[in-house]
Structures are given as structure tokens and as C-alpha cells.
Design a protein. Structure first.
Length: 361
């Protein structure tokens, strides 16, 4: 029967994997990383808090998509908390941690990143269903949205707790990974592949939406005399979507690939030299999200500016706003919104049914 090492401190496991954690995270380099991380954590807290507050305050955002958007901001806010905890438990401190505290450190990171990823997937699916049914908003009720949000966090918490629940190497140190000294290599393979598959699914969803919008836009262009700006709307929206996809690929894929290589026991890949930078790159996604998904929406930005300035504008401005909900167009996929709204304005799409009742959607 294998011996278990639950009562050991992390220095035992770091020494076994020959991870030079303490030496790499000292001096000016450690101070630089901490200053960099502190600045972006503050930005994460402030920006995502504003997104959540804007959705709560502005009644035009009281739709299923925006509730999911607020939940995504909450996931990014949680990522900031996880990174703050990491900053106070890294470098030379890492080797002094108990097994349980190290599990908590990594579990917070895994939970936050999984929550963001799953939330993005749910938003993508919700937008895809809405577009294919020619609706601006889905038929999700508040109860269903609440259930989805609870499910997202349940999945995230479970994924963050899986190693603590038993999928680790504390009783078989021969299968310990290098980057996560008490994680089993098989778990790293599972976790990285699972996330890469989810990413692939999201890309497929986005491609389907792009092809659908392009096809419908061509039909509209040949049968309408709409303005050039309206015809260019799908192109502008696709630029936003490509920005989202590009940011996600840049921020997530390197770290997932490194984890996969570690899980496959690649000893000549030099993963120890890039691990912390890829972690920072993944967390940078939480910094970019409010900018990409929220600040591009004029009404969202106006709502946040009013809260920042602590002043209330004349309600006449809201009455002059379009009755159609603002075009944040999803952190993930709301290209449909502009396209469908464009069709409504030109009177060429669905003169009846859900689109005809856009004011009540």
C-alpha cells in the first residue's frame, strides 16, 4: 500500500519536482510581478463592479443576456480575488504552505477560470439560439437564467475542488506533475483537454453565427436600399467578435498547452521558465473582458460614467434612446442583435412574430 503525504509541507513536493520556485520569485522580479498584478487586480475589481452595477441599475439591461454578462463580470471579479490570494502565497512562501492551503490557492484559480469559460459558453449558446430563431432576446425566464448561473458556479466550484476530493498524487508521488507538485498528471491532461474542447465548441458556434449573418446580410443587401452604414454593421460586429476570440486565444491557449505538456510529462519543454507568465496572461483576460464586451456599448459606458461621476442625468436622454436594448452584443456572440435590429429598421425581416414584437422581447 502506497504511503500518503497529507501532513507534509509543500517544500517536500517542490524539491521532488526540482521546481526552483523560491529562487525565481525573489528580489526585483518578484516586486515587479506583484506591482503588475496589484494594478490589474484593482482594475479588475473596479471595472467588473461597474459592469455588475450597470446591469442592476439600468432597466434596459434586465434581459437574460445581460444577467449572464453580469455573472461573467462576477467571475472575473472572483478571478481578481483568486489572484490576490495567489500573490500573498507565492514565491518563497510557496514552499512553506500546507497541502490544504496550496489546494485552496490553486482551487480558487481553477474555479474562477472555469466560471469565466463556462459562462462564455452559455452566452454563446444563448446567442446562437436567439439568432437562429430570429429573436433579439431568448425566451429564457428569470428562473431559468438563475438556474444557469447557479449551474455555472456549481460546475466551477466542483472543477476547482476535484483535486482536493482525491484526484491528486499525495498517495502516489510518482505521478505528480511539475507545475502543480501535488496534482496528478492525469488530472492536468483532463483539465486542459476539457477546456480546449470547450474553446473549440465556442469557435464552432461563432463560425456558425458568422456564416448565418453573412448569408442573411447578402440577402438584405440585394433586396433593400438601406444605408451603407447599416450594411456595414455586420462587418463591424464581426470585428468585435474576432477581437473577443483573439483575446481568448492569446490569453488562454498558451497556459492550457503548457499544462497539457506537463500532464504528458514533457521534461524537455522548458515549462518551468514560462509558467508564471502564462498564468498572468490567462488572468489578463479578466482585465480585457470589461473593455471588449462592455465599454463598446454606448449605453453601458454612459451608465458607468454616470455612476463614476455620482451624478444623475436628465431622464429625457433615456426617452430619446432607442427602445431596442443596447447593442453590447455579447461578450461572446451578439452579432445577431445588430443584424436583426437592422432588418427590423429596414422592414425586411419578419414583419410579424417575435421580431415584430421587439419592444416586448
Amino acid at each position: 500500500m502506497n504511503e500518503c503525504y497529507y501532513d507534509r509541507r509543500m517544500d517536500f513536493f517542490y524539491n521532488r519536482t526540482k521546481a526552483d520556485t523560491a529562487d525565481e520569485w525573489t528580489g526585483a522580479q518578484l516586486i515587479g510581478v506583484l506591482c503588475f498584478g496589484t494594478f490589474f487586480c484593482i482594475f479588475i475589481f473596479i471595472s467588473n463592479s461597474l459592469v455588475i452595477a450597470a446591469v442592476v441599475k439600468n432597466k434596459r439591461f434586465h434581459f437574460p443576456f445581460y444577467y449572464l454578462l453580469a455573472n461573467l463580470a462576477a467571475a472575473d471579479f472572483f478571478a481578481g480575488i483568486a489572484y490576490v490570494f495567489l500573490m500573498f502565497n507565492t514565491g518563497p512562501v510557496s514552499k512553506t504552505l500546507t497541502v490544504n492551503r496550496w489546494f485552496l490557492r490553486q482551487g480558487l484559480l481553477d474555479t474562477s477560470l472555469t466560471a469565466s469559460l463556462v459562462n462564455l459558453l452559455v452566452i454563446a449558446v444563448e446567442r446562437h439560439m436567439s439568432i437562429m430563431r430570429m429573436k433579439i432576446h431568448s425566451n429564457l425566464t428569470k428562473k431559468r437564467v438563475t438556474f444557469l448561473i447557479i449551474s455555472i458556479w456549481a460546475i466551477a466550484i466542483f472543477m476547482g475542488a476535484v483535486p482536493t476530493l482525491g484526484w491528486n498524487c499525495l498517495c502516489d508521488i510518482t505521478v505528480c506533475s511539475s507545475l502543480a507538485p501535488i496534482y496528478s498528471r492525469s488530472y492536468l491532461v483532463f483539465w486542459s483537454v476539457l477546456n480546449l474542447v470547450v474553446f473549440f465548441i465556442m469557435v464552432v458556434v461563432y463560425i456558425r453565427i458568422y456564416m448565418y449573418v453573412q448569408r442573411k446580410t447578402n440577402v438584405l443587401s440585394s433586396h433593400t436600399s438601406g444605408s451603407i452604414s447599416r450594411r456595414r454593421t455586420p462587418v463591424k460586429l464581426m470585428k468585435t467578435v474576432m477581437t473577443v476570440l483573439g483575446a481568448f486565444v492569446v490569453c488562454w491557449t498558451p497556459g492550457l498547452v503548457v499544462l497539457l505538456l506537463d500532464g504528458l510529462n514533457c521534461t524537455d519543454c522548458g515549462i518551468q521558465n514560462v509558467k508564471r507568465w502564462f498564468l498572468l496572461l490567462a488572468l489578463l483576460n479578466s482585465v480585457m473582458n470589461p473593455i471588449i464586451y462592455s465599454y463598446k456599448d454606448d449605453e453601458m459606458w454612459a451608465t458607468m460614467k454616470r455612476m463614476i461621476c455620482c451624478s444623475s442625468e436628465d431622464k429625457s436622454q433615456e426617452r430619446r434612446s432607442s427602445r431596442i436594448p443596447s447593442t453590447v452584443l455579447c461578450r461572446s456572440t451578439d452579432i445577431s442583435g445588430h443584424y436583426i435590429e437592422d432588418g427590423i429598421i429596414q422592414g425586411t425581416i419578419c414583419g410579424k412574430g417575435d421580431l415584430g414584437d421587439k419592444g416586448n422581447s
